[in-house]
Design a protein around this ligand. Structure first.
Ligand SMILES: Nc1nc2c(ncn2[C@@H]2O[C@H](COP(=O)(O)OP(=O)(O)O)[C@@H](O)[C@H]2O)c(=O)[nH]1
Ligand SMILES: [Mg+2]
Length: 378
């Protein structure tokens, strides 16, 4: 009966509904959506694949898969899912970075609204569903179970409640339709209190080590200063102070009510030249930020060399390729398209083009790293 309603909806209306849903959601809810919509979801996802990936990979655009499920289980499909998930998380990170608040000593940033928990639990489900794509080096400390009151999830946020809405259409019992820890039962309130009071919360739920890697003068220390100390580069001064020794900073993140992440951000110096020393930097790194200055003549060669080293010594780390100095007018030797392709081919991951002359993009990056830690951890 319910499916017939979907069947008779005009295509324009279906298109309007689906336009509010991200590609990640389309992908993950795809198999749950009623069969009348599968075709439209298929077309939207395939269209995105052609626009975003095929042009990077030079694959034959005529390559067609009989059905999306078959494609998603292929090697290319798995790579695409991995990429899509990361894109979705990065967009979400940008949004959180913008609305988060920072403590006076700028060591902690938080966003405590309940809808963040709800949206994160949806993303976490996506990562769990494709769990063979996740592999993080450090084991998180045990985490107290907390329940989230659904009444506050409202329509704000990245997923706009669309997933819950569609899920509830197909569930026998709407309250059980969500696969997350969401509960709107009245019993959940005392239960939350008991849990919270009887077990003191640990200082953090996950510890993540993020390493800045890349050539001399690629912008590592500048990104570090933006992210940790909120000091942007003054482009007119163009004064490079080489880093001496090792530096690392700590930043604490709190997402919603439930998750606290402690991040160590490592900046390196000598190892740019003494590569053997840098191997200890990679140990237990959850994320490697590989920076390049795309106007540097040697960036292309060193990017390839670095990629090999990272694959060898930090095989479990998530790698993000970052082009710095977006603000500079000089001719770039490495184009964004080349860098996108390099990141996709080598790390199945994102390439980000940033400037350290403003705080915004470095902040987005560390929020992204913090979110990834949470989402990739079992
Ligand atoms: N215009 C501009 N200059 C940058 C940017 N990032 C770094 N720099 C400059 O590039 C030089 C090297 O940066 P630094 O962070 O010390 O590089 P590191 O050796 O990799 O740590 C310094 O003069 C910085 O001011 C950027 O995004 N835009
Ligand atoms: Mg430096």
């Amino acid at each position: 009966m319910a499916q017939n309603i979907f069947e008779v909806l005009p295509n324009d209306l279906i298109g309007e509904i689906l336009s509010h849903i991200s590609h990640v959601e389309l992908l993950v809810t795809f198999s749950r959506v009623c069969k009348y919509w599968q075709r439209i979801c298929y077309e939207l996802i395939w269209d995105y694949y052609e626009k975003s990936i095929l042009q990077l990979t030079n694959l034959n655009p005529k390559l067609q898969f009989a059905d999306l499920d078959q494609f998603l289980h292929s090697k290319q499909g798995r790579k695409f899912i991995r990429y899509l998930l990361r894109k979705g998380v990065y967009d979400f990170a940008c949004k959180l970075a913008k609305i988060s608040s920072v403590s006076e000593d700028i060591r902690s940033c938080s966003i405590k609204e309940k809808w963040v928990d709800v949206e994160l639990s949806v993303l976490k489900e996506c990562f769990k569903r494709f769990s063979d794509l996740t592999d993080q080096p450090m084991i998180p400390p045990p985490k107290p179970v907390q329940k989230v009151d659904e009444s506050n999830s409202s329509s704000r946020g990245f997923f706009s409640g669309a997933l819950s809405f569609i899920g509830s259409m197909f569930a026998k019992n709407p309250a059980s339709s969500s696969s997350t820890t969401i509960s709107n039962s009245t019993n959940s309130i005392p239960e939350t209190k008991v849990t919270a009071e009887s077990k003191p919360r640990p200082e953090y739920d996950f510890l993540t080590k993020v390493v800045l890697d890349g050539d001399y003068a690629s912008g590592k220390t500048s990104l570090f200063n933006c992210a940790m100390n909120e000091i942007p580069v003054n482009a007119s001064r163009n004064h490079h102070i080489p880093t001496i020794g090792v530096d690392f900073g700590i930043k604490n993140f709190q997402f919603g009510d439930t998750t606290k992440i402690k991040m160590q951000l490592w900046d390196q110096s000598g190892p740019e030249r003494y590569s053997r020393v840098s191997l200890s930097f990679y140990r237990n790194a959850s994320v490697v930020l590989l920076l390049i200055d795309p106007s540097n003549n040697f960036a292309s060669e060193s990017m390839k060399e670095k990629a090999e080293t990272i694959k060898k010594h930090a095989s479990k780390a998530e790698v993000i390729l970052i082009s710095t100095k977006k603000d500079k007018k000089e001719k770039r030797i490495i184009s964004n398209k080349q860098a996108d392709k390099f990141a996709y081919d080598n790390f199945e991951s994102l390439h980000l083009d940033i400037t350290n002359t403003k705080l915004e993009e470095p902040k987005n990056i560390i929020w992204y790293c913090a979110l990834l830690k949470y989402l990739l951890s079992p």
